[in-house]
Design a protein around this ligand. Structure first.
Ligand SMILES: [Zn+2]
Length: 234
């Protein structure tokens, strides 16, 4: 985690979010899942506490001001099951700052079923982001079928955001859907889906997609200063 913070400092970020996948429900009981989520929250709380201390220290007058990560959000990427139910027990949300939801199985549902599945998944108040929304993998798997008008409308009304996933295997939302989302006024987020520190540099690929879709800073919520981002979150 320290390494991630150091990298984020180098990239000039003011905040980051840890967005691990939900613990597998086939391998864990609900109680074990809750225990894991609690432990993750404790670790991130500790981390935030230590960040506050370092920021305060670096604000001493003799030191040169360096932009540093001030806040780490405790998020989780939660699988939307084929039924539309989310893959953590409901009280697990108490341990999270916010959640992302996404599709990782049963990609071939009908457009109507899939759209309902996603809307169900997005409906929990702590869920803010629909991650890698088409679920495509370049040269490997086509995207899922969704009624984008319905998804855009829902996101707009319920203040949910669509991720531009910067993983070069995904680039998802794709640029043409970014363009449509922006036209409708739907807000976006940029994420790297990084599974190791080096992958945090992939953000540049996401930025290219955003630009090709004519998104501006205004459209991408996690370009905003920490305070503003926090206000949009809650
Ligand atoms: Zn995912």
């Amino acid at each position: 985690m320290r390494e991630v913070i150091e990298k984020a400092n180098k990239l000039g970020y003011e905040y980051i979010a840890f967005t691990e996948h939900n613990p597998s429900q086939s391998k864990h009981s609900d109680r074990q899942v809750l225990e894991l989520l609690k432990r993750k929250k404790d670790v991130i709380d500790q981390l935030n506490y230590s960040l506050v201390k370092t920021v305060k220290k670096s604000m001493q007058p003799a030191k040169v001001f360096v932009k540093k990560v001030k806040k780490v959000f405790n998020a989780l990427e939660i699988d939307i099951r084929p039924s539309g139910k989310l893959s953590i027990p409901d009280n697990g949300f108490d341990y999270l700052d916010f959640a992302l939801v996404s599709i990782h199985s049963s990609f071939r549902q009908s457009k109507k079923e899939m759209t309902n599945r996603v809307i169900n998944g997005l409906s929990h108040p702590k869920v803010k982001i629909f991650a890698h929304p088409t679920a495509r993998k370049l040269n490997e798997r086509e995207g899922i079928e969704l009624d984008w008008e319905v998804i855009f409308e829902f996101c707009l009304n319920e203040k949910k955001w669509l991720e531009i996933n910067a993983d070069p295997m995904r680039l998802d939302l794709p640029d043409f859907l970014v363009r449509e989302a922006v036209k409708k006024g739907v807000k976006l987020t940029l994420g790297t889906d990084a599974h190791h520190v080096q992958a945090m540099e992939n953000i540049q690929f996401g930025i290219s997609v955003a630009r090709r879709g004519w998104a501006t800073l205004h459209d991408v919520v996690n370009t905003r200063p920490l305070e503003e981002f926090e206000k949009m979150l809650y």
